[in-house]
Design a protein around this ligand. Structure first.
Ligand code: PLP
Length: 475
């Protein structure tokens, strides 16, 4: 039979180049000519954008327009520009900020990282800018393989999606399907799992679900309370009460190893092992939500930093990954049709996610002496010395690695907000986390330099001294 294109059956018809057969789906970014072209494109775009700052008037107008279109102003009056580098970001009016929040944890290597920008443009130039589950490309396979490789031997399957909440929806569905008709899910007090209908109900933030119809199937357990000696037993007994009250009706329990929105609180390993062991005993799923912790605690997954791998059935990741994913064991592999959706993610996001994981491995970010752990210790030292200089202003620090927080003064939401806005005016971007107390958190780039850290704490101290003076607070 003649090949349709009249060629040799290898697709190499008239006017076509003979197809090269590769031994694997190695990312094309590794080819030097492609890398060089990408470098040139990134440089050209950055140069072109450099002279395009908005005038003060145009900037203000754009901010007002964004506010009108959203129906409310932005949290901080800022629009991103270009030319950012590391923790430093330029706004569209040309002013500079030190970004220690990274779009709430999105930017693992900060702004303007040459390697990631080049990876992104190459990924975008290949075939299509977005990929679905029907026709996955090499980036899809590259990312799922990288995620599974670091997840330990038991997690066998991975489904990509677009947001942390979407990954969590997938996790919730596979857990409910496997444990049907059990339809209840246990979460921690102060948890945050997203803003879809189901994840908003799982989150301990009543304001975020105001007016929504609730299913009433979420049960809460207290998170670890360091000031309580019997904290582990207390949480265990609350879990036990739920199990007794709803026999056969609980499908799983969701863990944040470091509570993100809940205030960067964590717990000793024994707290998690006790609860996870109890879940195992009662045959309910152990699900770890790593959307915020992913890549920030020393290992890629916080459940590995805390050596909890033998209990984990389902994991969700997002933020730094530039997309999201749900990973599960063979036993939780869902029935066809339960998870999918049109989009799996952007080709760029997938290529970046894989590249970020590879670089964390290759450039020494992982492990007890890895760069993330070292960064954490450097931040902790800075907090210690700030607390010595301002003992009445700097309250307890919490968090781990590249997710750190502290309580300013009495931890009231008003004081935290005042400090955040003063820091913004000094040129430093931070966010609040938790309530009672409200903390100030930082999610800095994993490759934060000493100079950036120094600048961060100088601005933070200046901001706090200003607040002390303006609000008549002790230092
Ligand atoms: C632990 C956790 N889970 C889920 C989410 C939701 O992720 P997304 O905002 O990407 O939907 C977040 C977001 O902050 C989170 O911190």
């Amino acid at each position: 039979m003649t090949a349709v294109n009249g060629g040799d059956g290898n697709g190499a018809g008239p006017g076509r180049r003979p197809r090269k057969k590769a031994a694997s789906l190695r990312p094309v970014i590794d080819s030097e000519p492609v890398r060089e072209a990408a470098r040139a494109l990134v440089a050209a775009v950055r140069e072109e954008l450099a002279g395009r700052e908005l005038s003060d008037d145009a900037y203000e107008k754009s901010l007002r327009r964004i506010g009108r279109q959203r129906g409310r102003p932005l949290l901080y009056p800022m629009i991103a520009g270009s030319r950012g580098k590391g923790a430093r970001v330029f706004l569209a009016d040309g002013t500079r900020k030190l970004d220690f929040i990274g779009g709430i944890g999105m930017y693992g290597f900060g702004h303007g990282d040459d390697d990631l920008l080049e990876t992104a443009v190459v990924a975008a130039a290949g075939d299509v800018a977005f990929q679905g589950h029907l026709l996955p490309g090499p980036e899809y396979l590259g990312l799922t393989s990288a995620l599974l490789k670091h997840a330990g031997p038991d997690l066998k399957h991975a489904w990509l999606s677009l947001s942390g909440a979407m990954a969590n929806e997938n996790a919730l569905k596979i857990i409910l399907q496997k444990h049907a008709p059990a339809d209840r899910i246990v979460v921690f007090e102060n948890a945050f799992h997203g803003r879809t209908l189901a994840t908003a109900e799982m989150s301990d933030r009543p304001a975020f679900r105001q007016g929504l119809p609730l299913r009433g199937n979420v049960l809460q357990v207290p998170f670890y309370e360091p000031e309580r000696e019997d904290s582990i037993l207390h949480s265990l007994s609350v879990l036990d009460d739920h199990l007794r009250r709803y026999p056969g009706q609980i499908a799983g329990m969701c863990f944040e190893i470091v509570q993100g929105e809940g205030g960067f609180r964590t717990a000793p390993r024994e707290f998690f092992t006790a609860l996870m062991e109890h879940c195992r005993k009662h045959e309910i799923a152990v699900w770890v939500d790593e959307v915020q912790t992913f890549a920030r605690t020393g290992e890629l997954y916080a459940f590995r930093t805390f050596e909890l791998e033998s209990w984990v059935d389902v994991v969700t990741v997002g933020k730094i990954l530039q997309g999201s994913a749900m990973l599960c064991t063979r036993a939780y592999n869902p029935k066809p049709g339960l998870v999918a959706g049109t989009y799996a993610g952007s080709t760029v996001g997938m290529a970046l996610g894989q590249r970020i994981i590879e670089r964390m491995e290759a450039e020494g970010y992982l492990g007890l002496e890895g760069r993330v752990a070292v960064l954490g210790r450097r931040i902790e030292k800075r907090f210690e010395s700030l607390a010595k200089r301002m003992p009445k202003a700097v309250g307890p620090r919490s968090g781990i690695g590249a997710m750190q927080a502290f309580v300013p003064w009495d931890g009231s939401p008003e004081i935290a907000k005042t400090v955040l806005h003063a820091a913004f005016e000094e040129g430093l971007l931070l966010m609040n986390a938790g309530s009672e107390p409200t903390k100030i958190r930082m999610l800095p780039p994993l490759n934060t330099t000493d100079e950036e850290l120094e600048a961060c704490f100088t601005m933070l101290e200046k901001a706090m001294r200003r607040v002390a003076e303006e609000c008549d607070l002790p230092c």
